[in-house]
Design a protein around this ligand. Structure first.
Ligand code: NAP
Length: 312
């Protein structure tokens, strides 16, 4: 099969488009003929030796944790899927998953059926960012209707889904973005969009119940000032989590770090919301698998609006 792999850590130049054997099918797994794979910051961070690199074992390494494709074979103990099913998922994280390849051996209990209303490329980009948004808002953040939430980096992969999910829950949603993305975020349901480049959050909002921090570092620390006493900030970038947690302690704000987990039940909920037109996914750009390096370079700019997806 065709696949992308790295044999040493580094920049996108390390990605090699190559021919490899199909993965072995083990108990509890389905073999998926892959159609599309989502690209996330964790992919290039891990290929550079950061991110999930401590969990992936020895190189070479095929990056990619989310996909959409067709079930081609099932292990004999798998009963919930059949050959020909259209599926999507976020798998094995933070260990290796190998989704930047033509075939994937996927744990059956971490994937979901793709409803016909959810296009293949959108499905491939929905799982990781959608589960992150869901788990940050509802599992870590315990968000409920009529509460106020701030989503930092609303235009990004996680952010644009978090804005919609928070709105669906009935919360008041404030988000931050560059001016060119304000209309987009209003259309997604944001009640207030703040230009983080020229405005301070605390000039606009105080006493919020929850912040979803998709930026981290000084930006996350600064946002602690608008959280009400006893409120929560969920910080996504793991590399700065310790400094945000330490600042939260001083300010009596609970800071929750997160590591997104595979969850088929939550994937079903996300797919259902998409099928019911309560959730949409913006495809920023798609690239053929062999051009993943271009997608990595774009993701590294920190300017992607929505999601990047590779077609296989
Ligand atoms: N811990 C976990 O399990 C987990 C899971 C998923 C993601 N993450 C991390 O969470 C972060 C966000 O992920 P993502 O996939 O959403 O990233 P992304 O799609 O690459 O985010 C890009 C967006 O960030 C916005 N942005 C950049 N700097 C900003 C700032 N100072 N204030 C507000 N917005 C800013 C940009 O908005 P404008 O163009 O409007 O400026 C752009 O739309 C990454 O660090 C990622 O690694 C962690």
């Amino acid at each position: 099969m065709k696949a992308l792999q790295i044999s040493q850590f580094g920049s996108s130049e390390q990605l090699q488009y190559t021919e490899l054997p199909k993965p072995e099918l083990n108990q509890g797994q389905v073999l998926v003929k892959n159609a599309a794979a989502g690209v996330n910051p964790i992919d290039w961070k891990t290929c550079a030796g950061g991110g999930a690199a401590p969990f992936i074992g020895d190189l070479p390494f095929i990056p990619g944790w989310e996909f959409a494709g067709t079930v081609e074979e099932i292990a004999d103990d798998v009963t919930e899927f059949k050959v020909g099913d259209e599926v999507f998922g976020f798998i094995n994280f933070p260990e290796r998953a190998g989704c930047f390849a033509e075939y994937i051996a996927a744990p059956a209990d971490q994937i979901s059926l793709r409803p016909k209303e959810l296009p293949t490329e959108a499905a491939a980009g929905l799982a990781l960012a959608g589960l992150t948004a869901w788990q940050a808002l509802f599992d870590k953040g315990q968000l409920q209707a009529s509460k106020q939430v701030v989503v930092l980096a609303g235009a990004g992969g996680v952010g644009h889904l978090a804005v919609q999910l928070a709105k669906w829950m009935g919360a008041r949603v404030v988000t931050t973005a560059s001016p060119e993305n304000h209309a987009f975020l209003k259309e997604l349901g944001a009640d207030l969009v703040i230009d983080y480049r020229s405005e301070n959050l605390t000039d606009h909002i105080h006493n919020v119940d929850l912040v979803i921090d998709g930026v981290g570092g000084e930006v996350g620390i600064d946002a602690l000032r608008c959280v009400k006493p006893g409120g929560t900030l969920v910080t996504l970038p793991s590399v700065t989590k310790d400094e945000v947690i330490a600042a939260g302690k001083q300010m009596k704000v609970v800071v929750e770090p997160i590591r997104v987990e595979p969850n088929a039940e939550q994937l079903d909920r996300l797919a259902g919301l998409y099928a019911d037109r309560k959730l949409s996914l913006l495809l920023a750009e798609t690239f053929p698998l062999k051009d993943a390096g271009k997608a990595f370079d774009l993701s590294k700019t920190g300017k992607v609006k929505g999601k990047l997806v590779l077609t296989v």
